[in-house]
Design a protein around this ligand. Structure first.
Ligand code: SF4
Length: 396
């Protein structure tokens, strides 16, 4: 797998972009995790990876989306963005996830990326607003990778995303990225209506499309349109895990996951402290689907001090880690409610129904399936997870 993968990376993306990826994401990413490990030894929890939702607006209406996509626009300003990124950089961070809504609806997205050539950005997007012009600018900047979400066939995509011709518009965006030799990812939120995408044929199609990495999320039953009937059974989640492990050793495409360590034990990125989230209002949240906060990026202490001193985030990490290696929102929504009440945290949504939505949630399985761990098979993933993506002591 390694040689054909290396051949793809040496021939398909612009070599300058590969270099930026290797430096700003690869080397500096590893360094940021090393610094994170040193910090947590001192009891200082500041995540090496921040995920920032820069806007709430989106042109799609997906099942299971927790963002107020139809509400009045909320955006992170360029000034606030630069303050957060600069402070995080001071503490060794270099990789940031950019989410929404749809990030390409933010009029300053490209300026935000251009302002930090020493960092690397992963843009979670539906791809529909990526024109040749936008892709050309991303190539010129070189420090961002679009992670384009594809949820299934034309029919399934339209159903899942609440609009028409979703897949063809998304494919236009992906093709613009290929033409402009970007490093490209494809993400799928695996659920009942698209679990057939968890197949070798689909992976081969992704390689043909020009995707360099894939991310198979497992569907989260949350938000005002939670659609619990789409959730995966424990057996299906295990199928996804087994597929990921097998395909990593077989095909020249990288497969990302954020839910298992090298031994195949489940983990929660929030509970380990490896990532936290900033909402489109500037709210500092435990993770994207926990839409409650006590702190905000406007805090003049800066994001580092704000997060390392947050009793709310600390309590969330520790309670989640004590409760499960999986997802506390799926498995114990009652505990999420208790933590919110205990800290008097505010509902950060514009719809102001996040607590009521928690009450609606039935406890269910997540990525944690005790006794059924599937360890990494390929040495490269085993090594990478062993050193840069594991429990960081949260579960011991
Ligand atoms: S709480 Fe759930 S959704 Fe949030 S980071 Fe943890 S596993 Fe993921």
């Amino acid at each position: 797998m390694i040689v054909p993968m290396a051949r793809r990376m040496m021939t398909e993306p612009d070599p300058r972009l590969l270099w930026k990826f290797a430096c700003n994401m690869g080397y500096k990413g590893m360094r940021s995790v090393h610094l994170f490990k040193k910090r947590i030894k001192k009891g200082e929890h500041f995540p090496p990876f921040l995920f920032i939702s820069i806007i709430n607006s989106c042109q799609l209406r997906c099942q299971g989306c927790w963002v107020d996509v139809a509400a009045p626009r909320q955006m992170i300003t360029l000034e606030d963005w630069n303050r957060v990124i600069n402070d995080a950089k001071k503490h060794g961070n270099s990789f940031f996830g950019i989410l929404g809504g749809e990030p390409f609806m933010h009029p300053q997205l490209l300026e935000m990326i251009a302002a930090h050539p020493d960092c690397y950005f992963q843009i979670f997007t539906n791809g529909q607003l990526i024109t040749d012009e936008v892709a050309k600018e991303l190539r010129r900047l070189g420090n961002a990778t679009p992670l384009i979400s594809i949820e299934g066939t034309e029919l399934v995509s339209d159903e899942r995303r609440g609009r028409l011709n979703v897949l063809s518009k998304t494919m236009d965006g992906l093709e613009a990225c290929v033409r402009n030799r970007l490093i490209i990812g494809v993400a799928t939120s695996v659920c009942q209506t698209n679990i057939d995408l968890v197949s070798e044929d689909w992976l081969k199609k992704l390689i043909k499309m020009g995707a360099h990495y894939a991310w198979f999320h497992t569907y989260r039953v949350v938000g005002p349109n939670a659609a619990p009937e789409l959730a995966l059974s424990p057996e299906q989640v295990l199928k996804v895990r087994r597929f990921i492990v097998e395909m990593r050793a077989k095909h020249p495409i990288a497969i990302v996951d954020a839910y298992w360590d090298d031994k195949g034990e489940a983990l929660c990125p929030m509970a380990t402290g490896v990532s936290h989230h900033i909402g489109p209002s500037g709210a500092v949240e435990p993770c994207p689907i926990i839409q409650f906060a006590k702190e905000d990026i406007k805090d003049e202490r800066g994001i580092f001090e704000t997060m390392t001193n947050s009793e709310f985030l600390k309590d969330f990490r520790e309670t989640a880690a004590k409760t499960t290696r999986g997802c506390i929102v799926l498995e114990r929504p009652d505990l999420v409610r208790d933590l919110v009440n205990k800290h008097g945290a505010r509902d950060t949504t514009q719809r102001q129904t996040a607590l009521a939505e928690l009450d609606e949630l039935e406890p269910r399985n997540s990525q944690h399936n005790p006794g059924n761990a599937i360890p990494e098979d390929h040495w490269a993933y085993r090594f990478a997870k062993k050193h840069w993506f594991f429990g960081f002591g949260a579960y011991s």
